[in-house]
Design a protein around this ligand. Structure first.
Ligand SMILES: CC(C)(COP(=O)(O)OP(=O)(O)OC[C@H]1O[C@@H](n2cnc3c(N)ncnc32)[C@H](O)[C@@H]1OP(=O)(O)O)[C@@H](O)C(=O)NCCC(=O)NCCS
Length: 212
């Protein structure tokens, strides 16, 4: 599906009404806006990305990340975001979902729909650390499944050392798979996939699961 075609058919402003959150601070998940953007804000998104990954990698041994210092790690994250943003701009089959709260960007998800409806690949995903563990990530994946009911599979590749991400996908119901990209070391990166309930009667090759 083409990016422009998708945007033409989808609603630009999707407010998720959700009552799953029971928290005693001022945050209310009902106030989140999920916005498919053609031209996302580079700086706001970069801040979310850097804050999220800096916090997430803060507790991980730099050697496991193959970095010699925090500065090197930060520069690598900075460059990773720049490349991610450029890839998005040059790829018509990537879509960008920004999560906003009172006009602040608090998260984003980039998906690749080149194999839709067989698969949606999660390219990048981050939530502002101040808003993590409030079920926002879960709501984003829920909304993806809801908005793309024909999608047979969600796939993602993540670093094994990123326990936050690995835990998140496992908790959501993703299972480990052989999914990977050329050149990625399977000792460092793991593939995960999630088959939405309505498609669970089908094997990955599209044939029916006769035992179910
Ligand atoms: C992964 C990420 C997007 C999850 O967002 P989130 O809004 O915090 O996720 P949720 O609140 O919906 O968490 C759902 C479950 O995931 C697991 N999880 C999330 N963060 C976790 C953490 N820091 N440690 C352990 N488990 C975690 C928990 O099981 C959690 O359920 P619980 O809070 O009831 O125990 C967020 O942690 C993030 O931005 N991480 C840094 C960037 C990143 O790793 N992106 C993914 C790259 S593929």
């Amino acid at each position: 599906m083409h990016k422009n075609l998708f945007l033409a058919f989808s609603s630009f402003f999707i407010t998720i009404s959700n009552t799953i959150l029971g928290t005693n601070d001022t945050f209310n998940i009902e106030n989140l806006q999920f916005v498919w953007e053609k031209t996302p804000n580079f700086y706001k998104s970069k801040k979310v990305f850097l804050d999220a990954f800096t916090k997430c990698y803060d507790t991980i041994d730099l050697k496991k990340l193959k970095k010699s210092s925090k500065e090197e790690l930060y520069l690598w994250l900075d460059e990773t975001f720049n490349n991610t943003f450029e890839d998005y701009q040059n790829n018509e089959e990537q879509l960008w979902l920004t999560i906003k709260l009172a006009n602040h960007n608090i998260g984003f998800l980039i998906i690749n729909i080149s194999k839709y409806p067989d698969e949606i690949y999660l390219e990048q995903f981050a939530v502002n650390p101040k808003f993590q563990r409030k079920q926002i990530g879960t709501s984003i994946i829920d909304s993806l499944v809801e908005q793309f009911p024909e999608c047979k599979k969600l796939a993602v590749v993540t670093r094994w050392v990123n326990y936050q991400s690995v835990n998140f996908y496992k908790k959501y119901g993703f299972v480990e798979s052989s999914y990977t990209h050329p050149g990625l070391d399977p000792k460092l990166y793991g593939g995960f996939e999630f088959i939405p309930k309505k498609h669970q009667d089908y094997f990955h090759d599209g044939s029916m699961n006769k035992e179910s």
